[in-house]
Design a protein around this ligand. Structure first.
Ligand code: MG
Ligand code: MG
Ligand code: MG
Length: 307
């Protein structure tokens, strides 16, 4: 069999990195030896913490893909969020938990998606379906992905299935979910050595809203005020990014993972979408969004509906 490239989305988050590694493990267990996990960008601090904790190497960086290359996508399907050239690749499988958007293939494929909080939750089900035992390290990576995507089960994207799977994985990995989860999430809030340009790219996604090119970036923090100390630099970085990528509307959600709120910094020529959608008045390009922690469930749908 020809080589198969496994990867998640650009600006990789923990689920994208872990699910790539886990999918590689599952495929190998199923006898597909010529598969390899890759990443499309730098792992964030939270991901680094997890890889160190479990002594696992980060996947190799993939910068471009050849025409007709065999690929498996995890944690995304949108071509805008995938590697450049994905349109001409041969997509064999997609394992995902996002809306289907900007995706098309020329050939039939295995597409498995569920509206759960994390790709790793779906991968757990695939291990069960295929009667493959999950090793402790792999269980640890999967558990970490679930904790990350659900913000330790506090995000509205979290389902009963995510919690049940996480508990089973914690047993296999022999991990205390609360203690480990908090350490892991806190590791991701260390933004000290990121420049403003890097900060807005840690976890950033582009999508279309009624013909508008919208970018929503998110950073996790234990203290919103700390992040706002760099507001002027952040706004400059956003303006540069918007110009370079022809973005109409940019929102940075600074998410307080302790209290489950977000402070939004919004720039662009359609601020009315955000003001109307969230019923707020932007002051100094900012608005506080109480209870908002999920880009997927609480931000993107609101922008799409009001665009
Ligand atoms: Mg993701
Ligand atoms: Mg995910
Ligand atoms: Mg995320």
């Amino acid at each position: 069999m020809e080589k198969v490239f496994i990867f998640g989305h650009k600006s990789p988050d923990t689920d994208t990195i872990m699910s790539s590694l886990v999918m590689e493990n599952l495929e190998r267990k199923l006898g597909n030896s010529d598969v390899k996990a890759y990443r499309l960008g730098k792992p964030n601090k939270e991901t680094e913490f997890i890889l160190n904790y479990f002594k696992v190497e980060a996947p190799e960086l993939l910068e471009k893909i050849e025409e007709k290359a065999n690929v498996i996508l995890v944690d995304h399907n949108s071509f805008a969020q995938s590697i450049d050239g994905i349109e001409k690749a041969n997509i064999l499988k997609v394992i995902d938990h996002h809306c289907v958007s900007g995706f098309e293939t020329a050939t039939p494929l295995f597409y498995y998606a569920k509206p759960v909080g994390c790709t790793a939750t779906i991968l757990y089900e695939l291990y069960q379906m295929n009667n493959v035992e999950i090793e402790p390290t792999i269980a640890g990576l999967m558990l970490s992905a679930i904790i990350s995507d659900t913000l330790l089960f506090k995000s509205p994207t979290c389902t009963k299935e995510d919690v049940e799977v996480a508990e089973k994985l914690a047993k296999i990995a022999n991990i205390n979910i609360e203690a480990y989860g908090m350490d892991m999430l806190k590791a991701g809030t260390d933004l000290s050595d990121f420049s403003a340009e890097e900060l807005i790219n840690i976890d950033s996604k582009e999508f279309d809203a009624n013909g508008l090119k919208v970018q929503v970036a998110q950073v996790n923090t234990a203290c919103i005020e700390d992040v706002l100390k760099g507001k002027a630099d952040i706004e400059n970085a956003i303006r540069k990014f918007m110009e370079a990528n022809s973005i109409d509307l940019f929102m940075l959600a600074i998410t307080d993972i302790i209290n489950s709120n977000s402070q939004a910094i919004v720039l662009g020529n359609r601020l009315d979408i955000v003001e109307k959608g969230f019923n707020v008045k932007l002051e100094d390009n900012m608005a506080f969004l109480p209870g908002v922690v999920s880009r997927k469930k609480q931000i993107i749908p609101v922008i799409k509906e009001n665009a």
